[in-house]
Design a protein. Structure first.
Length: 172
């Protein structure tokens, strides 16, 4: 599959929000409580949230688009670290990296990660940090293949429920 990666512009907030909700549901339905997923997506993946990231000069939102019709099939969000463990100057958080299941196994995840690393460097970052649900073994294996290592544990609230996460980091 040939996909296209591009930096999101202000008019892309609705599309980014839509693919964010879809990918979160695909990833966590059957793992997390449905009510918690709905509450989390409503706040954390809202159009307003994406519009704020897109407008923030310290953040980068990248969209991956399907070659047939340019529908969004994945995305990343790089931004100032927030509640992701111990951070310092030169750190940027990979807040989100998701693809729809139809793109899995195509190399899109690795392409999004490579783009995120390049964008983080362009922001002046020296280290990329991220948090991931401890039970998401597929994502954790992906991050480890990408050179990330666990630096600490954290608790992360999705909806009304607290979960165990792992914080990963890698120099860039």
């Amino acid at each position: 599959m040939q996909f296209r990666l591009r930096r999101a512009g202000q008019g892309d907030a609705p599309a980014a929000s839509l693919v964010a909700g879809a990918t979160f549901f695909q990833t966590f339905a059957g793992i997390l409580a449905g009510a918690d997923i709905i509450a989390h997506v409503a706040i954390k993946s809202s159009v307003a949230t994406f519009a704020a990231w897109i407008a923030d000069p310290a953040s980068v939102v990248t969209l991956a688009e399907h070659p047939d019709g340019d529908a969004p099939i994945g995305y990343t969000v790089l931004t100032t670290p927030d509640a992701v463990g111990t951070t310092g100057p030169g750190d940027v958080e990979l807040r989100r990296i998701y693809t729809l299941s139809l793109a899995r196994g195509t190399g899109l995840g690795a392409a999004l990660m490579a783009r995120a690393i390049d964008d983080a460097r362009a922001l002046g970052a020296r280290r990329l940090v991220l948090g991931v649900y401890a039970g998401n073994h597929v994502a954790r294996a992906f991050y480890e293949r990408q050179g990330f290592a666990v630096t600490e544990k954290r608790r992360f609230k999705v909806g009304a429920t607290w979960h165990d996460d792992r914080v990963y980091a890698r120099p860039i």
